[in-house]
Design a protein around this ligand. Structure first.
Ligand SMILES: [Cu+2]
Length: 165
């Protein structure tokens, strides 16, 4: 009964609108906005961003900045050696230089550096994908594969700092 009562003014309004064509035109212009308002736009957190990453012997070519949300990294191997993509978070109080120093001297990823994900190694002309949810901050793309001479690919330059906004 309460529903019927609350609908009565709407029915009266509808009748009024139908009897006044200029008003009806105004209402029909406003109407399309209603579904948009009732369905909230996807949150920035669920925005999906495609990020091509080209790996060569020995560096990454990738954008310096990436939008936060769901990020799809597409690594393509344009070199001759095997390459992989590891995604590491660089906390605000640490530097890329610190990461490289520890990784090259001790062969470990610093304990203060979270790993978001890593692809397997891929051969020349192959591709692979890494999908992660990223919040704003600084991150490092690194190829953690040792070269034939035993030196890390990062040591040869296969590391890149990116910023997520
Ligand atoms: Cu590599």
């Amino acid at each position: 009964m309460r529903v019927a009562q609350s609908l009565c003014p709407l029915a009266a309004l509808a009748a009024l609108v139908l009897s006044l064509s200029p008003v009806r035109a105004a209402v029909s212009q406003v109407a399309p906005a209603k579904p948009v308002a009732s369905q909230p736009a996807p949150a920035a957190a669920n925005r999906v961003t495609y990020v091509p990453v080209k790996g060569v012997d020995y560096e990454f070519s990738a954008p310096d900045q990436v939008a936060s949300g769901i990020v799809v990294f597409n690594l393509t191997n344009a070199g001759a050696d095997l390459h992989a993509l590891a995604l590491l978070e660089l906390p605000a109080n640490h530097t890329l230089r610190e990461f490289l120093a520890m990784y090259h001297s001790k062969g470990i990823i610093p304990p203060w550096m979270p790993t978001l994900g890593q692809t397997g190694p891929i051969a020349a002309n192959a591709e692979t994908f890494l999908t992660v949810r990223m919040k704003p901050g600084r991150y490092i793309l690194a190829c953690l594969i040792p070269a034939r001479d035993g030196r890390a690919h990062t040591e040869k330059g296969m590391v890149k700092l990116i910023t997520v906004k």
